[in-house]
Design a protein around this ligand. Sequence first.
Ligand SMILES: N[C@@H](CCC(=O)N[C@@H](CS)C(=O)NCC(=O)O)C(=O)O
Length: 220
Amino acid sequence: MLAELDVPHRLIPYDMLAGQHLTKAFRQINPNGRLPAIVDHAPADGGAPFPVFESGAILLYLSEKHGGALMPGDARGRALAQQWLMWQMAGFGPMHGQAHHFIRYAPEGQDYPVTRYRNEAIRLLNVLERRLQETPYMAGDTYSVADIATWPWVRAVRAIQLPLEPYPAIQRWFAEIEERPGVQRGTEISNERNLSSLRPQLTEEAWSNLFGENMLKSGQ
Ligand SMILES: N[C@@H](CCC(=O)N[C@@H](CS)C(=O)NCC(=O)O)C(=O)O
């Protein structure tokens, strides 16, 4: 979103495997201790720096701050963009996240959760496919925050061994968005390579930082 809007910003990478996000200082920015989060050092009201967490809330915050950017101009279109953004936040993102967890990180042989989350990931891809067969973008005729939120999870589906071939409308939408200069700029920094390894060998320390005791301790 920041790259799309060409807003000056400083990216601060956090190594999650090393637990760099598990600090008290980071919880001042995101009480939920997760990425992404932003701090706006020039908020519209001219007041103190303003932290924002939850990717959907960040997208809406930046849109409002920049004159309704990347939101449809009419009320119906805005409501559609919000619906699809909430659908990503509550469904597509979390379910695909769990599919990544059980397919890529959990010990092998856990058939029930793998089946459950793979099926849910496929169901949500089917929902997206049907939507994109009706309209060029998720909220209608124009590219919006809903597309920005959903595109990176679609980009990651091959890591959970799901093909995009059964989804021609998603493929059309994906390729078009990939060509956007803002998207090219915004994804330069991402670690796509990491997504390709099926079972990354996590050290005990890294597993604990992400899923275990270290994660739990950090919130106390
Ligand atoms: N609903 C949150 C999800 C945030 C989230 O889970 N982020 C992951 C990285 S994609 C994270 O911070 N993981 C760190 C951890 O699990 O400790 C959002 O959309 O911002």
